[in-house]
Design a protein around this ligand. Structure first.
Ligand SMILES: O=C(O)c1ccc[n+]([C@@H]2O[C@H](COP(=O)([O-])O)[C@@H](O)[C@H]2O)c1
Ligand SMILES: Cc1cc2nc[nH]c2cc1C
Length: 337
């Protein structure tokens, strides 16, 4: 039996979100002001250190236990010709993750993070959401629970990502449902579709919006109707992290879209999450802007797999190395102007 046994329980968990530790955050901010540098000169590194301190409840944050989760799912909307790759690549890539051959295996190793790959019925695609809800309530809850239950014993940081052929169309549909506009505003080339593929993606999103209508106004119902299992799992993991006050790094367009329902339900719902990068997927910058998230990296990446988010762990390490290790003006005998 998973964590949530009804949509009502899930809704309640989304409306009952803990805050950061104000005392740890204040002390970390005060410490930043005492370190041997002109105030603010480490830019966003200072913000990051204070953010980690607030959520971890430690004036000197740690990144000893960093956990990467990659969720995989399959999508009925692939029948509409929305990806440059066949749907079976999802299961094949799960095999590649398990064998250690994917980009995320190398990047997780490079930052000393654990990597957990969680396939979610990749042999059983969700329904084509242009004509029916992608998931019934049971399937939605099962996927949300898979993500929620993956976050255990309060790690120092979680890093989220996904694999799912067709899921940039899913992310575009969820963005359109919750933020408005037309499919063409949110779709991009994903794994590399041509102009016809791009038009098919926009039409699929527009058809989904027509099919589901006002039901999409509710963020959880939108996740069920036009989401997918790996998106629901990333949503669940983001929610679990919040309940444990664990900071989160979000990956690209698909991962950010998965977290969007939490932001739609509560304007402060993603205060514990940082957008690690802006991907090359056309809709990602628009989505980040709408969610008021500032990405750390802009490297033209468009892989998914948590790759951009995992890379950004290096930035967080730099931030806490300075925050934890620097001398204060008083300690170093440097005049503080
Ligand atoms: O998240 C992103 O920014 C992103 C951008 C382009 C592609 N992807 C990855 O590529 C797959 C989805 O692309 P597509 O063309 O099949 O929709 C899926 O496995 C994602 O991990 C991911
Ligand atoms: C090969 C391949 C690897 C991926 N990793 C995440 N999405 C992907 C899509 C493809 C096609």
């Amino acid at each position: 039996m998973g964590r949530f046994t009804s949509i009502e329980e899930l809704r309640k968990a989304c409306s009952d979100l803990p805050a950061r530790d104000p005392e740890a955050e204040k002390q970390a901010r005060d410490r930043e002001g005492m370190l041997t540098k002109p105030p603010g000169s480490l830019g966003r590194l200072e913000e990051l250190a204070v953010w980690l301190a607030g959520w971890q409840g430690r004036v000197k944050p740690k990144l000893d236990r960093v956990e990467v989760f990659v969720f995989a799912g399959s999508h009925g909307v692939t029948a509409r010709g929305v990806s440059a790759f066949p749907a079976e690549v999802t299961a094949q890539m799960v095999g590649n993750f398990e064998a250690g051959g994917a980009a995320i295996n190398q990047l997780a190793k490079q930052v000393g993070a654990s990597l957990t790959v969680i396939p979610l019925h990749v042999d059983r695609p969700t329904a084509d959401f242009t004509v029916a809800p992608a998931m019934d309530e049971e399937a939605l809850l099962e996927a949300v629970n898979a993500g929620y239950d993956a976050v255990k014993d309060r790690p120092d940081l979680i890093v989220l990502g996904e694999m799912g052929i067709g899921n940039t169309t899913v992310a575009a549909a969820l963005s359109t449902a919750l933020l408005g506009g037309a499919g063409a505003d949110w779709v991009g080339r994903g794994t590399g579709v041509d102009d016809d593929g791009l038009r098919r993606k926009a039409s699929a999103v527009d058809d989904a919006v027509t099919c589901h209508g006002d039901a999409l106004k509710d963020p959880i119902e939108a996740l069920r109707r036009v989401g997918g299992r790996e998106l629901a799992a990333m949503f669940g993991a983001t929610l679990a992290a919040r309940h444990q006050r664990v900071p989160v790094l979000l990956d690209g367009f698909v991962c950010t879209a998965a977290a969007l329902p939490l932001a739609s339900l509560d304007p402060d719902g993603l205060a514990h999450a940082w957008a690690a990068h802006v991907s090359a997927e056309a809709g990602h910058r628009r989505l980040l802007d709408a969610m008021q998230l500032k990405p750390l990296l802009d490297l033209g990446m468009r892989l998914g797999e948590a790759s951009g988010a995992c890379l950004a762990v290096n930035i967080l390490r730099g931030a806490i190395a300075c925050h934890n290790g620097m001398a204060t003006f008083a300690e170093a005998g440097v005049s503080d102007g």
